[in-house]
Design a binder for this molecule. Structure first.
Ligand SMILES: *Cc1c(COP(=O)(O)O)cnc(C)c1O
Length: 478
């Protein structure tokens, strides 16, 4: 067992340090246009975070130097994508850009039918409404906020069937996004297959810290669900990032291209929802993809009500064109290697500095373990919220709390939820920041770490009723 762990560790480190046959993950692009950002002084940042109630969501983006709040819609489009914007065919019906998008989805993902939506949650809404009945159960490899909400609004109940390792920030399992087949089969036996409209399978599981699922696990899941006649709906928001991790760490896939692996993943599923603001690098957009003609017909009917006609679904023609091009770029091996390589580079450096980070490093961000970073602060003093504001004050780097503030309160007792994971997320947008920026982030986290004993924590002085992490305000404890 110990041997296994060392081997797994070695496997991860190999991914991070010695990319196959290549010297480095260096960016496969050069910079043609820049967006100036402004450096601020420590005094300015101190004032800005106080005005923002020590909540990074309430900062103005002008006051931020390096913005690692999210990778959603914040990536840099290529010159080709921008050229695609000028080719927008803004016809109300039958835009040529829709057909280009449909063709890209069929080619790279292999799904037959496409319904465009304004973003990922639009697709989640439609699939939930057409597949879930009152009283149904939807097993998934960890929840995502909007996905779970739409399942519940449609009358369903989400059941977490991810492996236990996913909940442990120090466990080095290389595929923490895997589905626990025993948990899944136990649920099927308990509630009956007819109460399970589909399994919600996410690639590069966001809430677990960007952790991949293996193809071995997906194949086994497919076998099990087929036995019971249950389809798999794929949250494919970060499928290319997951495919890259399979190529690096799963036996039998080292010589396959990311493009081939993406296709193999999709072929094991029956449909997918996509937030195109992530992998395919557009600022807004998404889609629902399906293989079943009858379901597609229902989805196409419903998109007209909530999003727009079935050949634009809430997107402008130009946005569909940029998305079609972004899909092709997202699976290019040089691109994905540099994208994940940059995240792992920052993660490896912080690990080597002795900073407590969630292991293995995920594909879209580095997650600081605030419980171990600030062990002298109880969760009542909001360690992750405190840490995010201290990093901002130190350098102007904006991160996000994922801990007790995000978890909210128990509806019955009114007490805080005290989640296992008390994290600060440093999320890296695609193609936006350079290695020098990563060094600034590293130095800043290190500087805060060296002075961690002096950090006193926060108290909450304003708490909104719903999703409090967006708007809550805090005061520094003295
Ligand atoms: C962002 C995201 C969504 C929701 O997509 P939006 O485009 O923000 O509506 C769904 N699932 C995952 C895994 C995501 O990261």
């Amino acid at each position: 067992m110990i041997g296994d762990i060392i081997e797994i560790r070695a496997g991860i480190l190999r991914t991070m340090t010695t990319p196959k046959k290549r010297r480095s993950w260096a960016e496969p692009f050069k910079i043609k246009m820049v967006e100036p950002v402004f450096m601020t002084t420590r005094e300015q940042r101190q004032k800005a975070i106080e005005e923002a109630g020590f909540n990074t969501f309430l900062l103005r983006s002008e006051d931020v130097y390096i913005d690692l709040l999210t990778d959603s819609g914040t990536s840099a489009m290529s010159d080709r994508q921008w050229a695609g914007i000028l080719l927008g065919d803004e016809a109300y019906a039958g835009s040529r850009n829709f057909y280009n998008l449909e063709e890209a989805i069929q080619k790279y993902y292999g799904y037959k039918y496409v319904v465009p939506t304004h973003q990922g949650r639009g697709a989640e809404h439609i699939i939930s409404r057409i597949m879930i009945k009152d009283g149904d159960y939807i097993p998934g490899n960890m929840y995502f906020t909007t996905t779970k909400l739409h399942q519940e609004l449609a009358g369903g109940r989400f059941v977490d069937v991810i492996i236990d390792e996913a909940h442990d920030p120090d466990n080095w399992h290389p595929f923490k996004g895997n589905i626990d087949l025993d948990k899944l089969e136990a649920l099927i036996k308990k509630v009956g297959a007819e109460k399970i409209p589909y399994v919600a399978m996410a690639t590069a599981v966001n809430m677990a810290g960007g952790q991949p699922i293996s193809l071995e696990n997906l194949k086994a899941t497919r076998e099990l669900t087929q036995k019971y006649g249950i389809p798999i709906i794929h949250d494919m928001t970060r499928v290319a990032e997951n495919a890259y991790m399979i190529q690096q760490n799963e036996d039998g896939y080292h010589d396959k291209s990311v493009e081939e692996i993406v296709r193999e993943i999709c072929d094991l599923t029956d449909g997918a929802t996509m937030s195109a603001k992530k992998d395919p690098m557009v600022n807004i957009g998404g889609f629902l993809a399906l293989n079943d003609e009858k379901l597609f017909d229902e989805a196409r009917n419903m998109v007209v009500i909530y999003e727009g006609l079935h050949t634009y679904g809430g997107m402008a023609g130009r946005d569909m064109e940029a998305l079609a091009i972004g899909i092709a770029e997202s699976v290019q091996s040089d691109h994905i290697r540099a994208r994940v390589g940059q995240v792992h580079y920052l993660g490896r450096r912080l690990t080597e500095d002795g900073v407590p980070v969630v292991q293995p490093i995920g594909t879209h961000g580095v997650f600081l373990n605030a419980k171990r970073f600030l062990p002298h602060l109880s969760q009542d003093k909001f360690p992750a919220q405190t840490l995010a504001s201290e990093i901002y004050i130190d350098s102007g780097v904006r991160s996000m709390e994922r801990g007790v503030v995000s978890a909210g309160r128990d509806a019955e007792t009114g007490d805080h939820h005290y989640p296992e994971l008390e994290l600060v997320r440093l999320t890296i947008p695609r193609r936006v920041y350079t290695m020098a920026h990563m060094h600034v982030v590293e130095e800043s986290v290190q500087a805060v770490y060296e002075n961690r004993d002096k950090i006193k924590g926060l108290e909450m002085i304003y708490e909104p009723k719903h999703l409090r992490f967006f708007q809550a305000r805090f005061r520094k404890l003295s």
